[in-house]
Design a protein around this ligand. Sequence first.
Ligand SMILES: [Zn+2]
Length: 401
Amino acid sequence: MLDAALLGLLLVAIAIGYGLGYRQAGRRRHRPNSLAASSQALSRDYFVGLNYLLNEQPDEAINTFINVLAVNSDTVDTHIALGKLFRARGEADKAVSIHQNLLARPALSQHTNEQIQLELARDFMALGVHDRAQGLLTTLLEHSSDEHHRYTAKQLLVDLLEREKAWQQALDVIQPLLKQHPKMRRPAAHWLCELALEKINEGSRALAKKHLKKALQLDDNCVRATLLLAELEVDNGHYARAIERLDNIPRQEITHVPTMLPALKHAYLRNNDEMGFETHLYRLLEQTPYTSTIIELGQLVHQRDGVDKAIELIGDRLRATPSLGGLDYLIDLYIESQRLSGKPSPDTRLLLLKHHTNALLLNRPSHRCQHCGFTSDALQWQCPSCRYWGTIKPIIGVEGE
Ligand SMILES: [Zn+2]
């Protein structure tokens, strides 16, 4: 079966065929006899390449097409398309040779030259040779007057700096673009969070706070910045302020309520305010009955009023909003209740149920990227698959929250 890369090659083959046909038609019009032999050779090579392609021998096809193209210095677009295909096939080194050969040609227009430089930068990035890519992009930004090329170069440079974790440099590049491209505010806010974490590790809390406040100015819904600011407040003994900050999170992103619960609990308990925590949990449950909130409340009631009160509470809540995690916790409570009532061992039916919920919960992801669908069992602020920031959120529903 033809795969995507092969299909792409077929398209390139058609482009080459079209280019050759056009050139040969032109030659026939102007110089009927002069290039007949060479044209025949080109056509023969072209059809040999096509034959390789149709026989699913892409490497042989590519080599033949390169030979054909080498004779035709004006088929730059096809060269570029071929380079892109090599890169897509994971052979960026071959793409580099194609693009470097193209750049060596003296008669290129400024526009085409910049187009190839951008492709070459992409090749170097794919090869992990970031300094070469950065050099090309920086030079292009210094000399190009083409707005589209400048924007693409900035995007690539930002992507590169992000991979290098050069957060401040990435921010410097993106800053002038934020007004025109508000979508970039979210990643920029996360880079500020990354800078804040670096400052926290260095012991510069004041600087960290400054970065986090700036992050919220860029993206008012940056849950991560709010969480980090709340943690800083707790560290400074400002528990009420921490709780006030965390109280913004349901408005920023309701599905991150489970994410903020540990920080909320920490702030209340450090302030010796268990009642306050309980009231807050009830308030959160009124907004959204997430499993983590229900279990947190159950644990609180369990500790204070005993296991039977917790069973009553969790049972009621689960009737309204059933969830696998809640059921698993309820079974734990029943087992605990039987143990306390003096039974030598828990009911086997309960153990069987526990076995089933355990099996169902095992290896079940708790988080999913809203952009690409990547799943994981922990929160990550940047999706490792699509590299979007802030798109991984807790999974909501019977199997999740
Ligand atoms: Zn993703």
